[in-house]
Design a protein around this ligand. Sequence first.
Ligand code: SF4
Length: 184
Amino acid sequence: MTIRLASDLSTDSIVDGPGIRTVIWTQGCAHNCPGCHNPGTHSMSRGVVVDVEEIKDVLDEIEGQDGITFSGGDPLYQIDPVIELAKYIKSTKKMNIWVYSGFTYEEIISMPRGKELLETVDCLVDGKFMMERRSLDLLFRGSDNQRVIDTRQSLKKGKVVLIEKYMKKKDITPLYKKDEDIFV
Ligand code: SF4
């Protein structure tokens, strides 16, 4: 089985979920969100096609990471290899897995194998990026329509369960209160 990637895996990310994470950048996305920060990942024919066994070998070598994130592009266009890799990660590394998608939870759960994907991962950040709802104060998401979803709890309860602590705005503690405080 193969997967089309936009680039090599990157390690030590601190913006694609909590902790220090390795990101798997899938290639291909048809959502066309205006203002997308990653337009080079949209083409379904660009990037590189890699055997998932090669990615498993790379994952075996990584150390010092708290979790794995599938981003892109939209990983849901390649649900079969994403499930294959997510199951491998769970069986070997026992790390938490986050998935970013322009599809909503409700759309994903009705896709072929959508429920299986949601059962395999821990968190879904769902929905298209909306420029008019963009905010720099958000944790792990670009616009406030997007939801940070606890996939296991959502499946258990039969409705979307948010991870509230990650839906809050960033706790930005001012380094100084007044201009004159900068130099004291
Ligand atoms: S879903 Fe993500 S990658 Fe796709 S167009 Fe929207 S912001 Fe860009």
